[in-house]
Design a protein around this ligand. Structure first.
Ligand code: ZN
Ligand code: ZN
Length: 402
């Protein structure tokens, strides 16, 4: 008879969504957690990993990520998808949503197919990379005046013929569209039928356009303050009386969540503190919005597909578009959590919640991952007290030892 031995991480501080357990342990058998709590006597055959007094935390969940280690998901080959997934695994992300940009219809279709194939390989072997929970259909439905680092000429309005096949792939789990575009309501309703997390981003939407989007199922806004409407930007669109923007809509509506790029380059500490205090850890997610330059030296790279994307420069801390504006991040989720912990009043449980359970809840994954809880997947990290990742376990398998 084959018996599955238990594995335990001991001698660390366990990080739960709402509190810490000093001298705690996490035990699992096969892929699933069986016990989380105070140290206790374990059966003799338990395989023990010593956390050496460090932190035992849930693996990160990234809703918004473009690539890493030289590959962009829009390169749309299986090796490129695996390269990016593996790079983020080493930074503590055990689940992610490969995120599209403003590519052609064929490019996005190829990206979906590459992600499907890579997902199957990672399911068989967790060492290959962070699990792919689904694709974030992000571009191409952006407002031209809020395209940011994306190719403006490839921004377009959603047309059913364009997006229907992407949704029938069943891979799309997060769906972004600028709320003011013609066809946005149709896009949102289609995404709602597929039970996606629906988000508005790269948008100059007004309050009333956000209200209509909300009624069609939209519940999240991409990278708060970046490429989104503000009262002054709407004044340019509509004149006076001045109108409420995406910012006010998100801040006033308790059902709306959002995300911040906490790399220290996109937003000053007071804005991270403001977002945390206004939305709280249940409605604010940390995302990396990381491009292919993760773990690579400063230099010139391409955002999106390497043959058809837009050039940018990485200075080692952040990406820069040729226009001089920011072009997404070059850091992993471990960096974002460290930056929040060091620069805001968010405590450790809150900082980790925003990078694990909250994104898992918003994307419908919280029954299977996102926190250290019996029954969930054994997706967990050992970190030192400076919040650097020491070891990663994905679905119970040790996938990296640094
Ligand atoms: Zn963006
Ligand atoms: Zn992005």
């Amino acid at each position: 008879m084959v018996t599955t031995h238990s594995h335990a991480v001991v001698n660390g501080t366990v990080i739960l969504p709402d509190r810490l357990i000093e001298d705690g342990i996490v035990v699992w058998s096969g892929q699933h957690i069986t016990y989380v709590g105070r140290r206790k006597r374990l059966p003799d055959k338990t395989q023990i990993t010593d956390a050496h007094g460090g932190l035992i935390a849930p693996g990160f969940v990234d809703l918004h990520v473009h690539g890493g280690a030289g590959s962009d998901f829009m390169d749309a080959t299986v090796p490129d998808v695996l390269t990016a997934c593996r790079a983020h695994l080493h930074h503590g992300t055990t689940t992610l949503f490969p995120t599209t940009t403003t590519g052609s219809r064929d490019n996005i279709q190829q990206m979906l197919e590459a992600c499907r194939a890579a997902r199957a390989q990672i399911r068989r072997n967790p060492r290959l990379g962070a699990a792919i929970a689904g694709v974030h259909l992000y571009g191409p439905y952006f407002a031209e005046d809020k395209a940011g680092c994306h190719d403006k000429t490839a921004c377009r309005s959603p047309a059913h013929d364009d997006f229907a096949t992407w949704f029938t792939s069943r891979l799309v789990r997060i769906a972004t569209c600028a709320a003011e575009l013609p066809g946005a309501a149709d896009f949102y309703r289609t995404a709602a039928r597929r039970r996606c997390l629906i988000t508005c981003g790269h948008s100059n939407a007004s309050w009333s356009e956000m209200q209509s989007a909300f009624e069609a199922g939209m519940r999240h806004v991409d990278h708060f303050w970046c490429a989104m409407s503000s009262v002054p930007s709407l004044r340019q669109r509509f004149g006076t009386p001045m109108q409420g923007s995406m910012a006010e809509f998100v801040l006033m509506n308790a059902d709306m969540s959002t995300e911040v790029i906490a790399d220290g380059c996109h937003l000053a500490p007071e804005l991270l503190e403001f977002a945390f205090r206004m939305k709280g850890p249940h409605r604010l997610c940390l995302v990396t919005d990381c491009n292919r330059a993760l773990d690579l030296p400063p230099g010139n790279y391409v955002f999106g597909n390497r043959n058809a994307g837009t050039p940018f420069h990485s200075d080692g801390n952040v990406g820069w578009a040729t226009s001089g504006s920011l072009a997404s991040a070059v850091k992993g989720m471990d960096h974002m959590v460290r930056h929040m912990a060091q620069n805001t009043s968010a405590n450790l449980p809150d900082c980790f919640r925003m990078a694990s359970l909250t994104p898992a809840e918003r994307s419908g994954l919280s029954k299977i991952t996102g926190s250290l809880s019996p029954g969930k997947l054994a997706d967990l990290l050992i970190l030192n007290h400076e919040l650097y990742v020491q070891q990663v376990f994905a679905r119970g398998t040790e996938v990296t030892s640094i």
